[in-house]
Structures are given as structure tokens and as C-alpha cells.
Design a protein around this ligand. Structure first.
Ligand code: AMP
Ligand code: MG
Length: 274
């Protein structure tokens, strides 16, 4: 049996109720691909399917799809959005990037800004960072006491259940890179004048807290991978493999939803446009 005999949806999904071992997952994995070129060509075909499915999903107007992207700095959240969603109709896709909360956001509960950004029916919403920051950066940097962030795993599960019960399908992707790969990517950002703008000295402070972040990611993924809103841990050292796997899971999820074009009005056959 080859590794690809197990659908990616199953292979990378963290089974609800289990504890993920991030150290035990090889960030370098490339499945059965023998070259980057092969994977890129496979991604191109998948994207054609994704584009057609999105068109139907939008017209169907029955459900929404929420994609949550989380990763360490340089993990590839921006690149995933750029390369996987390329060619989809922007009218049906909405990207929200969550930054340090504003004063207004901080004056509300932490889910307030998130709920406002949840995609409407027919839309694909992508969260570049999300409510999970409130159990990641917030936990690692002690921005609130443990008694506050501890409760958030249950709150998040209940919030996501509400969204799913209201017609959302939720996919959560953790882009798994190793610490050495992060060093290479940070170095590349410093070297490349076109990438320097992405470098923040704060990234180095967070890099020094790598183990604390891995512990926080482990808890977030383990405690919040549910049947209604699963977490997927995607090997992401190789960007082309990451893109392929995520596109594959999106296509499979949309196929399962089986969106249909709405029935046209009756009596259209006899109409002649003059
Ligand atoms: P970037 O995604 O590189 O533009 O950086 C956004 C920054 O906002 C990161 O350093 C995040 O950790 C930070 N951030 C996002 N959400 C929160 C939050 N809820 N509380 C504190 N910092 C956050
Ligand atoms: Mg950054």
C-alpha cells in the first residue's frame, strides 16, 4: 500500500480526543511525490477542480466554508492563501488577517472580532490567524492569567459548534515546520529586499519561545480537534507539498458537500430574446 492510499482528509486529521505529538510528525514529508515539478503540476489540476467547485458552492448559497490557518512565524500562512486560492472567484472568497487586537477589540470578549468576520452563506472565509491566537500568543506571553485562557478551549469548541450548526463547514490547518526551517526562512527574509518588510524583531523573541509555542499549539490542536471542526497538521517544510495537501483537502471537502447549481425558473425553454 502506498501512502496516498489513505485520503489526506484522514491522514492529516487529528482524531478528536487524541493528543497530537508534533515532534513525531515529520515536517519534511512529501508523500509519494518524486519531484517538486510533479507536485506543482498536480496542484494545478486540483486548482481547476477547486475553481469549479467554488463556483457551484457560491451559486448553491446553502453553506459557508471557514478555513483557519495557524502556524509559527514564517510557517506559510500567506503563501498558502496565495497559491491554493489562485484563480478562485474573489467575489466568493474573503480573507481576514487577525493582528494584535485594537483597543476597541480588547474592550470586548475575544470572540467578538472573530464572529464578525465569520463568512456568510455561500462564502469561503479564510482566517490568517484566528481566535486560536487567544490560546497561543496570549498564553505564551501571559497576556491574561491561566484561569482565563484555560476556559477558552471549551468556549472555542462551543463557538465553533454554533457556527457549524448554523451552516458552516470548518477546516483548521496547522502548518507544521521545524525549527531549522524557520531559521532558514527568517534568514531568507533578511536577505531578500522584497521580503524584508515581513521581518519583525518580535519574531526572534517568539523564536526563543519555540518550545512554549509548540506546547501551546499541541494543547490547542488536541483539545479543539472535534468531529464538527477538525484540526489538520500539515507537513509544511516543503511549500509545494503543503499547498498540494491543503488543496486536496479543500477539494475533497467541497465534493462531499456536493454543491448544486440552483434549479432555474420554469418555462425558460420557450423564451426567445429579441
Ligand atoms: P503577522 O501575522 O505577521 O502580521 O503578525 C500579527 C501579529 O499579531 C502576530 O505577532 C500575532 O501574534 C499577533 N496577534 C494576533 N492575534 C492576537 C491576539 N489575540 N492577541 C495578541 N496578539 C495577537
Ligand atoms: Mg509576522
Amino acid at each position: 500500500m502506498t501512502t496516498t492510499d489513505v485520503p489526506f482528509c484522514e491522514r492529516y486529521c487529528v482524531k478528536p480526543g487524541t493528543r497530537v505529538d508534533l515532534n513525531g510528525i515529520d515536517a519534511n514529508e512529501v508523500g509519494d511525490f518524486e519531484s517538486k515539478k510533479q507536485a506543482k503540476s498536480a496542484l494545478k489540476h486540483l486548482r481547476e477542480d477547486l475553481i469549479k467547485l467554488q463556483e457551484r458552492f457560491y451559486a448553491w448559497d446553502k453553506r459557508s466554508l471557514l478555513i483557519v490557518l495557524q502556524a509559527t512565524d514564517t510557517g506559510g500562512k500567506d503563501g498558502t492563501i496565495e497559491h491554493v486560492m489562485q484563480g478562485t472567484n474573489p467575489q466568493g472568497v474573503e480573507v481576514t488577517s487577525f493582528k494584535v487586537p485594537t483597543a476597541e477589540e480588547l474592550a470586548h470578549d475575544y470572540l467578538w472580532r472573530i464572529h464578525k468576520a465569520v463568512p456568510a452563506r455561500r462564502m469561503i472565509g479564510i482566517f490568517n490567524r484566528s481566535h486560536y491566537e487567544d490560546v497561543l500568543v496570549v498564553r505564551v506571553h501571559d497576556l491574561v492569567p491561566e484561569s482565563v485562557w484555560r476556559k477558552r478551549y471549551d468556549e472555542i469548541n462551543a463557538f465553533e459548534k454554533l457556527l457549524v450548526d448554523s451552516g458552516a463547514t470548518i477546516l483548521k490547518f496547522y502548518l507544521h515546520i521545524c525549527k531549522d526551517e524557520q531559521a532558514r526562512r527568517l534568514q531568507a527574509r533578511l536577505h531578500d529586499p522584497d521580503k524584508r518588510w515581513k521581518f519583525s524583531k518580535g519574531d526572534l523573541k517568539d523564536r526563543a519561545l519555540w518550545d512554549d509555542y509548540q506546547a501551546a499549539f499541541t494543547d490547542a490542536i488536541s483539545l479543539c480537534s472535534t468531529a464538527h471542526a477538525p484540526w489538520y497538521v500539515i507537513p509544511a517544510n516543503h511549500k509545494w507539498y503543503r499547498n498540494y495537501v491543503i488543496a486536496n483537502i479543500l477539494v475533497e471537502t467541497l465534493k462531499q458537500l456536493n454543491p448544486q447549481f440552483p434549479e432555474p425558473e420554469e418555462g425558460l425553454d420557450d423564451i426567445v430574446i429579441v
